[in-house]
Design a protein around this ligand. Sequence first.
Ligand code: DAH
Length: 348
Amino acid sequence: MNLREKLEELKERGLKEINQAQDLKSVNDIRVTLLGKKGPITEVLRGMRDLSAEERPKVGSFANAIKNELAKTIAAKVDELEVERMAKKLEAETIDVTLPGVPVKEGQPHVLMQVIDEIEKLFLGMGFQVVDGPEIEEDHYNFEMLNLPQDHPARDMQDTFYINKRLLMRTQTSPVQARTMEKHDFSKGPLKMISPGKVYRRDTDDATHSHQFHQVEGLVIDKNITMADLKGTLALVAKTIFGENREIRLRPSYFPFTEPSVEVDVSCFKCGGQGCSVCKQSGWIEVLGAGMVHPNVLTMAGIDPKVYGGFAFGLGPDRFAMLKYGVDDIREFYLNDVRFLSQFSKKG
Ligand code: DAH
């Protein structure tokens, strides 16, 4: 048998073995035996020294072509087996997506946020801006700019937590009034804002007092604002939160930053005004404080009280929510008991 025939035979045998191989390991073994340094092809090539100078390159290139063909076939087989192996693996690993899932408990906005959202929506619709203010506030804005200088007796009602001599946990959202007035550019139009947020007082917690609660501040400054504007706006708030048939009444009161100041009552939504336990038999429920902005407050913020004036109010969403939903303890809002909170799910 000459070299060509030997090579031809090796090729045939090799191709057959490769095609029959069942796994990667056998293919690899075939590759090593067939094409390795000690393999039969290398062996045959060694025999080339006995060939004539004419024959040698011909047989050489023939041998190389066979080597290449075998290598290619091996590579193709390896690919084929890899694909097969992957397919088998995927098959074995299929996930049964028909298993019932674990139900996800969905949250919802806290009931106080729901009340605040309702109020925000109402005022955004009337062209007010919603402004944020710092909860750690300067004495300057929390008191002084609101006509409550050092040692003013009305400060006593709003004792709070002091960070230092200058900084405190704000006792009211009213400082946002002063901050907004200072910045407002009246050439761009009137100032109309509300500011919801947390406030703090050194109160002993009980069913109606919490050291932390919420307020929504409101402020309108423009030319020719009257108490009728104040009353109309607040009547709308009462109707939005407590129902279309609600009415409000104003009683004289005192706040250092408004003159005149009023306490605002809403007609009892429980009894409609006849008198019941909710309204303490009076037919009215006190819901917020308000008034016409004091000239001193305007002047301190750099606004001329002879040209501009306005009204302000401060309401408590905690109290609104307690009244609206018949919650008898303000502390419920801050305990985060899901059994309590889920009662106010909008989805019912
Ligand atoms: N800041 C007042 C308080 O916490 C509430 C209040 C009353 C705000 C009258 C106002 C207002 O803007 O005009 O008791």
